[in-house]
Design a protein around this ligand. Structure first.
Ligand code: AMP
Ligand code: MG
Length: 342
């Protein structure tokens, strides 16, 4: 299959691919998604094949406005409309009870479904023109860093999907925040582009699922099934070095040789005489770090780097999502310099 590159002018052609059961790369504000007709089990199965995605990792349905929620979900709590009013279109996915019309292929048999309204004008128009909710996971091969521009998606998906719509680089750069509204207390399942603090301001109490902060132990069943898999990983193994910037830079400098990769904040870039250095922005600019973290993880592939060390932001605001992506890329291989030193 030849994968076409479409532009923002090609909305009718893009919508036709979705309606005809094809696979379409779509730009969103978070990362590029791999879309298909979310009501067509056969089309949805092709998403899993193209990505090499595990069969028990459900997909999120993308809709152009909150009024479409009723088509796919029942017993929708008021909190969902409060959040939609405040944060949609935007980087927030809500887990809600699903209606029968949503196929098992999307939810992997769960009785809930993830719903999101992405903040990208072209994709909103494509979904409206197609007239169907669009199932879309991130547009990477399974396990790889998520794509934040059309070229990165093409790297992973060329020849496997019908087309990619180039809508420019992603403004947020990490995936949506996922909140489960079916539990008695709303629960954060994945930190993402919408900070936890903003959800708490809107809803009051929000619990944080254990898998956000630590690896699951063997046999433990996660609430968001995707959280049990290794994610976002470059080809070389990653170690996250946690702690104050100067201390982490010193620790990493001691580890670096010619074949070491370093992911660091801009201020520390000149402190590593050896290795391949990728910056992710100033240590004070977490939005910039979010935009660049996946590019940095991807950038080491095709180099002769055999180990990667990464500085990591704290958990405030978008930092929780950036730190989560780095730690998952590292398979939770973390050195805390404050604990490591006497
Ligand atoms: P991705 O599409 O690559 O951003 O991954 C989608 C994420 O949403 C995965 O981590 C899934 O486990 C999670 N997810 C999707 N649907 C549900 C659901 N019904 N309940 C819990 N988590 C879900
Ligand atoms: Mg993904």
């Amino acid at each position: 299959m030849k994968t076409k590159l479409l532009t923002e002018q090609d909305i009718p052609a893009a919508a036709a691919i979705l309606r005809d059961g094809g696979l379409l790369g779509i730009p969103t504000e978070t990362v590029y998604g791999l879309g298909a007709n979310g009501l067509d089990p056969e089309a949805v199965r092709h998403i899993f094949e193209a990505k090499g995605r595990p069969q028990d990792n459900p997909l999120i349905l993308h809709i152009p406005e909150a009024s479409w929620l009723e088509r796919c979900c029942h017993d929708i709590p008021d909190a969902a409309y409060v959040l939609a009013e405040k944060f949609w279109p935007g980087p927030l996915t809500m887990i809600l009870p699903r209606r029968e019309v949503v196929p098992d292929a999307v939810t992997c048999g769960l009785d809930t479904v993830g719903m999101r309204c992405p903040n990208h004008p072209v994709t909103l128009e494509i979904i409206r023109a197609a007239g169907i909710p669009v199932a879309a996971p991130s547009g990477n091969r399974s396990g790889r860093p998520s794509p934040t521009c059309a070229a990165h998606m093409l790297e992973d998906m060329d020849g496997r999907i019908d087309a990619i719509v180039d809508g420019g680089p992603c403004g947020v750069g990490v995936e949506s925040t996922i909140i489960d509204l079916t539990s008695p207390v709303p629960r954060l399942l994945r930190p993402g582009g919408l900070p936890l603090e903003e959800l708490r301001e809107a809803l009051g109490e929000v619990a944080v699922d254990k898998a956000v902060l630590a690896p699951l132990s063997a046999g433990e069943k996660p609430k968001a099934p995707g959280m049990k898999y290794r994610h976002y990983a470059p080809k070389a193994p990653v170690t996250v070095v946690a702690g104050e910037g100067g201390e982490t830079a010193r620790y990493i400098r001691q580890q670096t040789g010619e074949h070491t990769g370093v992911i660091c904040f801009d201020e520390y870039a000149d402190q590593f005489p050896n290795g391949v250095i990728r910056t992710i922005g100033s240590s004070h600019d977490i939005s910039e770090q979010a935009r660049r973290v996946f590019d940095a993880l991807r950038a080491f592939d095709g180099t002769d780097v055999t180990a990667i060390f990464a500085q990591c932001p704290g958990d405030a605001g978008l930092g929780l999502a950036v730190a989560n992506r780095l730690k998952k890329a590292a398979g939770f291989q973390i050195v805390d310099v404050e604990e490591a030193e006497p």
